[in-house]
Write a protein that binds this ligand. Sequence first.
Ligand code: ZN
Length: 426
Amino acid sequence: MSEVGDLLQKLIRLDTTNPPGNETLAAELLRDYLEAAGVECQLYARVPERANLVARIPGRGSGPTLALLSHTDVVLADANDWERDPFGGDLVGDTIWGRGALDMKGEVAASAVALATLAREGWRGDGDLIFVAAADEEVGAGFGLQWLVEEHPDAVRADYSVNEGAGDRVELGGKVLYLCATAEKMSSPFVLRVHGRAGHAAMPSIADNALVKAAPLIERLGAFEVDPRLIPEVEGFLAALLGEVPSATDALARAREIAPLAGELIEPLLGMTVAPTKAHASDKRNVIPAVCEITVDTRLVPGQTPEEAEATIRAWLGEGDYELVNIERFGGTRSAIVGPLWDAVQSFVEAEEPGAAPAPICVAGFTDSHWMREAFDTVAYGFFPSREMDSETAARLIHSANERVPVSDLELGVRWLRHAAQTVCG
Ligand SMILES: [Zn+2]
């Protein structure tokens, strides 16, 4: 068994289901492994059972710092749904099974092996190489990277970081692209509150039914369309796919012409998206509601503000007896698609698979990367390449039953993280 596969099996066998987490189990295993290779380690814990591990290979000079970010907690696994023990870490053929194999103990193991092998070889960069194995990413209750950034900024500050988020290999019309997440959309949900007048349901004509008044507004939201615009991530993606950047109005058709998947990838990135998802009106069958509340899931492209989104939605709905209230704003950060880390992604992809190219992508969800971008202006990418397992299979297995990872993809990941350290830290 390879070193990275062996370490992953051990990590899977530690139950770090969050909640409650118990990530100290993983932090201690990683510390023992890394210290044996001569790497400095430190545990940081808000509560003893939920430790974060930070390991460091200090640089010789003042070159850039690269942080390999990951999380050691996993989501719940119901053994009844699995063909194998989710905490067994079984090796079947060349594939390791278990909760966290993809999300993301595989990358945790690959990062640790990258540091350990570099340390054993006596490698040191000009800048520091850091490995952060954080707790509590899946719930985000303030024990993990957010807490580290706030309480121990000197331990995790970095110029560049590599995290989960993408790395998928996609074949689009004969062109092979490796997706690199350089940006994340902002989640900015609204509540649409429609006003009417209450009354007894036995006499509808004397009331003004807010639920009925909401219906055409919901329908209008369901038909929401914006003028497409090209953000830098989509321009970069289209340039990699087509060799040129078409106009915003042609972008979707041009991408679909190459492959339906290319269209699916860029469609939600051409502007904000709006989707009514929850409705609440009367609590009583016989009372006509005075108010109807519609929750509207809204995702903005990086750089857009909730205020701008509110104006856009109001213009789309027109005048009416309603209020529109923004209830949250989260994420929406981006990093530049130029510089040493981008160059490292590009040179790695070209060397691993001649003819393939990296392509930037803005992802709809968010990862711990946004804490680094917000606190330190870190150039943070989500990139952990996979080649043997296709991205559709991986997407189906994450947070689901029978999660597993081919050992060859873990080894590809180790090569990538070593390459990133050696090129970025100088
Ligand atoms: Zn994850």
